[in-house]
Design a protein around this ligand. Structure first.
Ligand code: GUN
Length: 282
């Protein structure tokens, strides 16, 4: 028997906890918690993500500051904005929605100080994560860890396989699992024997962005399958990296798409912003 993990319910429960913490923070400090959200251009998916992030801020009582730059914004304009946000005491967290338009360089993100890097993308935060030191952790892999925690899924001594090596998900995911004492294998587009690697997984995390790519013949009986993919299938419907209908039969736990990891990402962004505010007071 498998359990379908309800990411939405876990996210709601964590958001309720965050809301309470934010209330306490405001009462104790007399200060708001501020998150700056920067969107450059008109990427439709990014517009939806930004809207949802602003909505989540309202839900937990964090004050959001939205900055919409035109698709024609220059590197200089973006950098000037980030420099001013970095100095602004009312801003505890800064988030630049990615991807940036192609004429702009991600190097601008270096202007976000580690303490306001609520995405956990900075060299300092990634470095501290690798060293297993206190770090702001990227929201999606952090959300996956919270799901495993909520479901009481043991990580220690387990074989974890991460499919995907992106800086945003795959790499920090592998580090978090390693820090939690799993034996971790990272697979990617150049991995030769992907199926054999996946078959070793007690915990499989897929973050590759290929619809229904992970099939049941790649899954060990009783595995925990976490699907980070958000894709469209041949009929235009939202689906994950995992072929859910066939894979679920072999799993002990599986996350659906939508309603699995997705709702956790923005929730962890809210938590990271709260933590940044807390640090700024201490
Ligand atoms: N684009 C896709 N995922 C993310 C994310 O987690 N943070 C930001 N800022 N942009 C993204």
């Amino acid at each position: 028997m498998y359990k379908i993990i309800d990411g939405k319910a876990i996210a709601q429960s964590i958001r309720a906890e965050i809301r309470e913490k934010v209330v306490t923070f405001k009462a104790e400090t007399g200060c708001e918690i501020g998150l700056a959200v920067v969107l450059v251009g008109e990427n439709p998916a990014s517009q939806i993500y930004v809207r949802n992030k602003i909505k989540a801020c309202e839900e937990v009582g964090i004050k959001s500051y939205a900055y919409y730059l035109s698709a024609a914004a220059t590197q200089r304009e973006l950098e000037d904005l980030l420099l001013s946000l970095a100095k602004d005491d009312e801003i505890n967290g800064i988030l630049v929605q990615l991807p940036l338009p192609t004429h702009l360089s991600d190097k601008a993100l270096k202007l976000i100080p580690d303490c306001k890097d609520v995405d956990g993308f900075s060299e300092g935060n990634i470095g501290r994560l690798c060293l297993n030191l206190p770090a702001t952790v990227a929201c999606t892999p952090y959300g996956v860890m919270k799901i495993l925690e909520y479901e009481h899924i043991e990580i220690k001594e387990k074989n974890a396989v991460v499919v995907g090596r992106s800086n945003i998900v795959g790499k920090p995911m592998a580090m978090l699992l390693m820090n939690a004492d799993a034996t971790v294998t990272v697979c990617h587009s150049k991995t030769k024997n992907l199926k054999e690697q996946c078959l070793k997984a007690d915990i499989l995390v897929s973050a590759i962005g290929k619809p229904k790519f992970i099939t049941s013949d790649m899954i060990k009986e009783g595995a925990v399958v976490i699907d980070v993919g958000i894709n469209r299938d041949e009929n235009g419907r939202l689906c994950g990296d995992v072929d859910f209908e066939s894979v679920k039969e072999k799993c002990s736990y599986i996350t659906p798409v939508p309603g699995g990891v997705g709702p956790m990402t923005i929730t962890m962004l809210m938590y990271n912003t709260y933590l940044a505010a807390l640090r700024s007071r201490n």
